[in-house]
Design a protein around this ligand. Sequence first.
Ligand SMILES: Nc1nc2c(ncn2[C@@H]2O[C@H](COP(=O)(O)OP(=O)(O)OP(=O)(O)O)[C@@H](O)[C@H]2O)c(=O)[nH]1
Length: 357
Amino acid sequence: MMDLKNYGYKEREECPVDLVLGRVTELRRERYTVMTERGEVSAVLKGVFYHKAETREDFPCVGDFVLLQYNEEENSLIVKVLPRSSKFSRADYSGHAVGYVKTLLEQVVASNFDYVFILSSLNWDFNITRILRYLTQARQSGGQPVVILTKTDLVEDYILPLTEVTQSIPDVRVHAICSHTGQGLNELGAYLMPGKTVVFLGMSGVGKSSLLNALMEKDVMKVQSIREGDSRGRHTTTHRQLFMLPSGAMVIDTSGMRELGLFDAEEGIRVSFADVEELFAQCRFSDYCHQTEPGCAVLTALTDGSLLRERWEHYLAQQHENKFVYDKTSYLIDKRARNKTKAIWSKQTRKKGGWKN
Ligand SMILES: Nc1nc2c(ncn2[C@@H]2O[C@H](COP(=O)(O)OP(=O)(O)OP(=O)(O)O)[C@@H](O)[C@H]2O)c(=O)[nH]1
């Protein structure tokens, strides 16, 4: 019998006698691999998911704890997703017909993780703004963020950027590593304890697969060959998977999280920029009119240097991006409601025998 505590399960509710508990470790199209107390099984969703799920959020994703009808002979059937302790969602508008608008809003791509490793490479595309952007998402997710600066071997002095990042986010642990030489990897041991789950976030080419391979002590992921000239990797991962490390910790690698669009990150922004939003309380102007009105708390803070202009601009940029996602989401909800009303209306009109009557 496999003890699911090794897979991070913390008893939350009694499992009904006719069902088996498991954790989703892989998702390929509509087929799930689930680790259960009876071993690994292949599973599909029970029909009820397709009829009842209101949004894509209700569908299982890698990392979910699920209840299933165990079947020795063929596919087991997933019947329920247990409540998630953390999750990453992405705003997903990818080419669906209007009828599927309800599936566009939120797609959960990983769940029940303890830590979010935000990877950023130290070589030429090192960018603190991007780290802050990922940090907002990590805080939103329910996982604890940890910043990992990769490829120490490619810079002369990594202490300088390490100090810069550490100072700009004093409440988050920051580590500098090299997956090729192994430098700094031992520092990650504190997070990679048995039963803990980690998610990697970061741009393509920052070294997520290389870090995973180094931690797995074998090549489980294809490492990118950097394209000549622009120093960027190519996307090759096509499915989502949870890997069990030799340490007993797990890593969820997902293709969908590479360049995650912000999804309703209001709360994450609020925590990341608490110092900025605090100024609003002292200000008699509304959020978006700052900087021009004399007596505005933001303007005063910018002038006396207690609020750095760069930080203010980061804040505005993230608000702007979140508003864009929010507006687009609201638009889709409105559109769905409008279409529904139109459909009811034409059905009623048809019933009455059409317009002419
Ligand atoms: N010099 C050096 N190169 C590294 C290191 N880590 C990764 N690389 C290289 O960076 C490139 C991209 O690494 P990957 O691990 O594939 O990056 P990724 O983040 O998984 O990329 P995607 O799969 O596109 O998301 C590869 O050529 C790696 O060999 C490192 O610590 N030092």
